[in-house]
Ligand binder design. Sequence first.
Ligand SMILES: NC(=O)c1ccc[n+]([C@@H]2O[C@H](COP(=O)([O-])OP(=O)(O)OC[C@H]3O[C@@H](n4cnc5c(N)ncnc54)[C@H](OP(=O)(O)O)[C@@H]3O)[C@@H](O)[C@H]2O)c1
Length: 307
Amino acid sequence: MASDRPLENTDLSEFDGVWSAKVTGAWILHQLTQEMSLDFSVNFSSIASVWGGKGQGVYAAANQFLDGLAHYRSSLGQPTWSINWGPWAGENMADAKFKTKLSRLGITPLSPATGIRALKALLSTNLIQATVARIDWHLFQDIYQSRRARLLFEQIAPATTTKPTSRSQSSGVLLHQLKQTPKRELFTQIKTYLQIKLAKILKLKPAAIEPQQGFFELGLDSLMVVELKNCLDRDFETIFSTSLIFNYSTLDKLASYLEDFLNGQTEMKIQERENQLETKEIDSLNPQELEQLLVREIQEIETLISY
Ligand SMILES: NC(=O)c1ccc[n+]([C@@H]2O[C@H](COP(=O)([O-])OP(=O)(O)OC[C@H]3O[C@@H](n4cnc5c(N)ncnc54)[C@H](OP(=O)(O)O)[C@@H]3O)[C@@H](O)[C@H]2O)c1
């Protein structure tokens, strides 16, 4: 039922295919049942109606209709719930590719047993609308807010904005080891660490990651950038800028940045180098390469803010 297409490329028949099953169907059911004395009715809405989704405009709007209808029916005295479900496990309208995409955003499928338990629990509350989804808020929040702060997280901030305080043993150990490493070996150690992390994310062998090969040429996409950044944040016990991996996009460059970071170079020095690096790189591009770079940056940002 959900299409995966921007609104501007959606024709009327596609629009209708997504829209009518939910909106027309729900409205007919409402009309047929509004005089009945029902124990309850439940609209199966979606998280797409809460925070949208790339290519999901019609689906999001149709689900918003279900949410509005639940509030309307409740105002008429008909006990109605609208549940904004995250993806369910098993075979259903959310195909495996879509579920994989969502899981990289931190949204993993609910088991049917969990979904049913949540449904039963909600029916004993007087909430008219509720979101039920399994979400890694830290990962999702990083992606969702990569361009700007979102109202959604202001409203649920107390439970979600604090980074976990307990760090994995491996991250503490790594930082300790790197701090003990003689300066002349530090660069190589960091490079090896990055090679292992990148290989895991890219599903490649570590040796396949050449020191000067661009991460994006190797297949790193924007979600993987967030994954790598989260890894670095955790292992280096800091919060790096989201642009770090875009600006230092080879093994050598990123290792050199992290070496400076560990050697305690000031942010100012790093920022100066970052600016020089960007200017030097941009100056050396011909107009066609420059255009390609801009298109790629825009696409990366678009993907990051899709959810
Ligand atoms: N699955 C999820 O992860 C998920 C997440 C959030 C929300 N939801 C919502 O939960 C509901 C059920 O999803 P699902 O995954 O169980 O879907 P599904 O497996 O694809 O089943 C959809 C059902 O709707 C029927 N249907 C589709 N288009 C119709 C139309 N135009 N007129 C009448 N019936 C139509 C289908 O009938 P046929 O069998 O005859 O094709 C099928 O029985 C949907 O409203 C969906 O938006 C699902």
